[in-house]
Design a protein around this ligand. Sequence first.
Ligand code: ADP
Ligand code: ADP
Length: 214
Amino acid sequence: MRIVLFGPPGAGKGTQAAMLAERLGLKQISTGALIRDAMRLGTPAGKRACAYVNAGKLVPGEVVRAMAEEAIAANDFDNLILDGYPRTVEQAMWLDDFLTEHHTRLTNIVVLQVPDAVIVQRLSKRRVHKITGASYHLDFNPPPADLDPNLIVQRPDDHPNVILERIQQYHEQTRPVQQYYAEKRYITRIPGVGEQETIYNQIAQSLHAKALAA
Ligand code: ADP
Ligand code: ADP
């Protein structure tokens, strides 16, 4: 399976991708996490990305493309769940070309649909684990009490002004990717509001249905 999990910031991509990866034995490739690792390590790509991430802007495509392609190749082009890539139509075309060059293609495109008001509510109270990157929410999915509270932090780009900029970037640059895919092949749209397990089951069912139809 080669799945793209698509949706606005805060849609629950990271949460659902981690569940799918664990339960279905897939590799979660999150470009956001790869970028944050590069920033922490101070690599040239990380240094280049920093100002964009902190301002809530998309990082230049070629920086993310190299990271995503390296991770896809490292997993032998299969058993992948892409979380946060592609995020522009240009990136979607690069991804198609890259997979075609390696004689393969995406098997599923899953879109998580969440209204803007919910995004703000989710991101403003999101907390993440410093080391694992696991995503929590102060009200909906609080960090377990036995976790060291010093390891639970708020991402700098989850502050109110930056959240609004990220939503704008999504509408301007990322949402058109949905249209790009919808014109070319079958995509599954799933409501991203509700219990995490319910959403997970709907995604898993759609993967299963597609596999039966293939
Ligand atoms: P994304 O990767 O799309 O930005 P996350 O998976 O990090 O989204 O989720 C954003 C925030 O919303 C986190 O605080 C997460 O705990 C919370 N969250 C995820 N799924 C749900 C859900 N179904 N209901 C309520 N909150 C959720
Ligand atoms: P979220 O899904 O909550 O917006 P991510 O962790 O996926 O968060 O992304 C965080 C930031 O990393 C984005 O706001 C953007 O600056 C950068 N980023 C991640 N993926 C991409 C991408 N495919 N293209 C450009 N920038 C990206």
